[in-house]
Design a protein around this ligand. Sequence first.
Ligand code: GFB
Length: 309
Amino acid sequence: MNKDSKIFIAGHRGMVGSAIHRKLLSEGFTNIMVRTSSELDLRVQEPVNEFFETEQIDYVFLAAAKVGGIMANNTYRADFLYENLMIQSNVIHSAYATGVKKLMFLGSSCIYPKLAPQPMKEEYLLTGLLESTNEPYAIAKIAGIKMCDAYRAQYGCNFISVMPTNLYGPNDNYDLQNAHVLPTLIRKFHEAKQNGDPAVTIWGTGTPKREFLHADDLASACFFLMENYNEEGLVNIGTGEDVTITELAMLIKEVVGYEGSLVYDHTKPDGTPRKLMDVSKLTQLGWKYSIELKDGLKRVYGDYKNSHP
Ligand code: GFB
């Protein structure tokens, strides 16, 4: 990418897209295109075609998606499948039709089988059944990977796919029902501390393991791969280290300074028991994360506290 290349960040207001936007600005890119969802509804084919034809874009980061935590994925199953399939199909096809030089599609670690061997290597894709709570989202993301590979094979498009692990950072969603575990627990511990509540409720058993990557590290990895990776298939992006949900809760409790106890709501699902990324492909290419979980938690809690005094 040249500093004046025309780069479209689809989904620039979300946690991932906004992190990529900050990264590109900090690297001195001057011709970044963004559109809000009310300006350009990526689920609708015609305006997306028109946008790509008019703008003649050079590079695309496809970070627009309908996302959410375990309950949102499980509840809005049709929306997760339909909206993600539409967004990615419209953008990928228009990118091909208008000669985009390179496109990066962002997926998720939930594309791997529920009981995949750990850590999960890229080649484990489609080797087993998916976790049912997020199967619609995973199916859409798998379709996106396969679209990138198919457009590469049939039309020679330089479209690549990257699979981030569970993410957190600025512009995250803190909704108590629909968000991911890390931001939700920050909010729960913060509010429990403010209200003097004796306990905070953790969904499920607390035993599932998850890996967490700060969105700024993700953006750095995406930028690195946009510059250095031009192959079919996918690349995992993560830290290669995970914690149990109870360990995460204890860390957040400490960062927030909450003194009460934890209780478990066994009516809520655990989801995948473990989904640790094998990041050796990315490490061998030359990238490694830099923000440790505890430091990242302090950063996001600092921001959260400032906006929720
Ligand atoms: O982050 P999370 O919602 O999604 O939940 P997944 C991770 C784990 O934290 C599950 C537990 O075992 C939850 O039961 N958990 C404990 C909580 N307390 C809470 C809470 O208060 N809120 C939430 N949300 N969880 C999503 C997928 O899976 O991860 C998506 O559904 C996507 O498709 C995303 O891949 C990255 O990690 O289970």
